[in-house]
Ligand binder design. Structure first.
Ligand SMILES: *Cc1c(COP(=O)(O)O)cnc(C)c1O
Length: 459
């Protein structure tokens, strides 16, 4: 030990973290260091690096949870060691997962909410893949039973999130993506007839389209599939990708019929870590009734002790997010979710009104009727004198992350911007964003880059 270091007798030093050896060098990037270091110093250095990430409370691009109550942090800490796959070692965590499944099945009006099948996943991507696999299996069984070929499955959808493109590629299913019609914010029922056929394993309807934040009309999509069945005999099921809407619609739009009340809906996925308000790392899938999940997709794992059915792409997986989801459902109840999202929706509507009043924008989704969010495009692409990408960059100088991106096929020429209002982002913050947005528009429209005018400078 160097002479200037003072020991507390337990081998620890009282050095300031910024005067420890590790603080005097670049942190290792390519090799595991030979020696150990002071934990406080290492944690401080790593935390300092993390400060270079964006500030998540100003990240209005993400659907995911960026704020949680202290009790959630505590429960996550308590659950550090809970392995979701080890249902024999952690039977109460498994029980809590099961309670969440049945609560969600009931929330989404499953006719057998108390007994139906479902599970937690790492997010909606994994949940969607499980839903897609069940569709593929059931379609294949029916085709084989009818003595027909089952080698060319397809899945029909509108402007889906990338997880469905992954599902199609990973699991060898043709993705039939219906292009967006002019003025539409998602799949429109009358478009379906051209795309579904005897090889269609299902139609994906999205509750909360990633690009526009609007809901696709699930009941009308089902009615069109009913009409198609009446004409052709094809019986095509619907899986609802309710990644964000699954935790919003039941509270903000309880009369909207989009869930298991629609007979054709066989499964629903949602992200607990989006509007479910759980921390990152949890999604959910629920089947209408237990028999919609083919038995041979379920693995019975017994080597951890006990006979536990599992259906998942992952094996070991943390349990804290699931416990935190259970906490949030108990803590908020219907009343709490409704209040939180009514507040978010009011902020979104206020932002939509501000954006509309600024002049250069056309709202694509005005925060009314679907997610607490706003999306817009430039009213007249060429004449504003700036692009939405320029605006994104300007907002970034104030720390805001408001992405600009093109719409999916057939409307790719339309660039949009989107703001998601989530738990933990209050009215005041949204109004501060509106103010910065207006200032950025003024600067861009005036041809200035934001540098203050210097005396003697003339255009
Ligand atoms: C976010 C999202 C997904 C993917 O969900 P993860 O939880 O991020 O895996 C899928 N579909 C839609 C509509 C989404 O918004």
């Amino acid at each position: 030990m160097a002479l200037h270091q003072v020991s507390n007798g337990a081998g620890q030093t009282y050095d300031d973290v910024y005067s420890t050896p590790i603080s005097a060098r670049n942190l290792a990037a390519h090799r595991v260091p030979e020696h150990s270091s002071d934990p406080r110093a290492v944690a401080a250095m790593v935390k300092d690096e993390l400060a270079l990430d964006g500030n998540s409370s100003q990240n209005l691009a993400t659907f995911c949870t960026t704020w949680a109550e202290p009790e959630v942090h505590h429960l996550m800490d308590v659950c550090m060691d809970k392995n979701m796959v080890d249902k024999d070692e952690y039977p109460q965590t498994a029980e809590i997962e099961s309670r969440c499944v049945h609560m969600l099945a009931d929330l989404w009006n499953s006719p057998e909410g108390g007994t139906t099948m479902g599970c937690s996943t790492t997010g909606s991507s994994e949940a969607g893949m499980l839903g897609g696999l069940a569709l593929k299996w059931r379609w294949r069984e029916a085709r084989r039973a009818a003595g027909k070929p089952a080698d060319r499955p397809n899945l029909v959808c509108g402007p889906v999130q990338v997880c469905w493109e992954k599902f199609a590629r990973y699991f060898d299913v043709e993705l039939r993506q219906v292009p967006l019609e002019p003025g539409a914010t998602g799949l429109r029922p009358h478009q379906l007839r051209e795309y579904v056929d005897e090889n269609t394993i299902g139609v994906i309807a999205i509750l909360g389209v990633t690009f526009t934040c609007d809901y696709e009309p699930v009941a009308e999509i089902a009615a069109e599939l009913d009409a198609i069945q009446a004409d052709t005999g094809l019986d095509v099921p619907i899986h609802v990708d309710a990644a964000s809407g699954g935790f919003v619609a039941p509270f903000l739009q309880p009369d909207l019929v989009w869930d298991f009340r629609v007979d054709r809906v066989v499964s629903i996925n949602s992200s607990g870590h989006k509007y479910g308000m759980a921390p990152l790392g949890v999604g959910w899938i629920v089947w209408r009734t237990a028999d919609h999940l083919p038995e041979d997709l379920v693995f019975r794992v017994d080597y951890l002790g006990g006979d536990m059915p599992t259906f998942a792409l992952n094996f070991s997986r943390p349990g804290g997010e699931i416990v935190a989801q259970y906490y949030t459902l108990l803590r908020l109840g219907h009343e709490g979710y409704r209040k939180v999202y009514e507040a978010c929706a009011a902020s979104a509507r206020a932002l939509a009104d501000e954006v509309e009043a600024m002049g250069p924008f056309t709202l694509l989704y005005d925060g009314r009727g679907a997610l607490p969010a706003v999306s817009w495009t430039l009213a007249d692409g060429g004449s504003a004198g700036f692009t939405l990408y320029d605006l994104t960059e300007q907002l970034r100088t104030r720390g805001w992350q408001v992405p600009a991106y093109p719409l999916p096929p057939k409307r790719q020429e339309t660039v949009v911007q989107r703001v998601l209002v989530r738990h933990g982002i209050g009215y005041d913050k949204i109004m501060l964003l509106a103010k910065d947005l207006r200032a950025a528009v003024d600067r861009l429209a005036g041809g200035s880059t934001g540098a203050p005018e210097t005396p003697g400078f003339h255009h």
